[in-house]
Design a protein around this ligand. Sequence first.
Ligand SMILES: *[C@@H]1O[C@H](CO)[C@@H](O)[C@H](O)[C@H]1NC(C)=O
Ligand SMILES: *[C@@H]1O[C@H](CO)[C@@H](O)[C@H](O)[C@H]1NC(C)=O
Ligand SMILES: *[C@@H]1O[C@H](CO)[C@@H](O)[C@H](O)[C@H]1NC(C)=O
Ligand SMILES: *[C@@H]1O[C@H](CO)[C@@H](O)[C@H](O)[C@H]1NC(C)=O
Length: 206
Amino acid sequence: MWSILLYYLLAVVHAASFDSRGLPKGVTIVPLFMDVQAFPDGPMLQLNGTLKEMHKEILEINPNYLADFNLTVPNRTTLAPREDSYSWIGCHIICGQTYGTYPKIALGDDITYINWHPGRPHLQPGPNVCSRVACEYGASIFVCNDTPVIRILEGWMSVENGFWTIWRACIGDSEVNLSGGQAFHPTGWNVIIYGPGGYIPSLQVC
Ligand SMILES: *[C@@H]1O[C@H](CO)[C@@H](O)[C@H](O)[C@H]1NC(C)=O
Ligand SMILES: *[C@@H]1O[C@H](CO)[C@@H](O)[C@H](O)[C@H]1NC(C)=O
Ligand SMILES: *[C@@H]1O[C@H](CO)[C@@H](O)[C@H](O)[C@H]1NC(C)=O
Ligand SMILES: *[C@@H]1O[C@H](CO)[C@@H](O)[C@H](O)[C@H]1NC(C)=O
């Protein structure tokens, strides 16, 4: 009971308290790492950067990467929230202007990379340690570790599911740009959608 109360108390403090970058207070930004193979029988590599940068790096290591892994980059027009993202239902979500405004135009670029990509997000020990997954049109998607140990998520789909959870709660199906937000997965990591118009002028360029 007390731990539940404490959780909500902390969540409220979290929601109300942002630093000068506009990120939740105490957040450290570190590079994003991914464990991934560049060749079907190749070693597991550890890359860093945004997902788009790491994808480019994989293609430099193996120009035949997509064909070797039988991968098809999905069409932007077929983007839609995935059913299994409903597994986040009931999680704690914060929406609001402090997270800036997520431009709809960024959706295709961001999700086109996240929702099909092989490899596993490798989060540095937290708590409050965040890494930028995507960075288009000045809007960022961060994945954050709330636990003091390295977290290796199941895949990029886990991050995408967090994205759609925020999308449903904070952005919805509106045709205009709406507020970003943050969703906390019950297992101790979270996703932030952060757009231009938030408090972070220095983070609006990537
Ligand atoms: C991150 O990746 C760059 C190359 O893209 C590499 O030079 C650097 O050593 C990597 N950093 C870490 C901490 O692995
Ligand atoms: C890609 O498809 C080919 C032909 O169907 C198959 O032989 C190969 O094992 C597949 N590669 C991977 C990495 O799944
Ligand atoms: C993507 O669109 C092209 C042309 O519109 C179509 O030929 C192709 O089959 C589509 N691919 C997927 C995966 O939907
Ligand atoms: C939506 O965001 C884009 C990119 O930041 C901006 O150019 C556009 O004016 C915004 N649209 C509205 C209706 O605010």
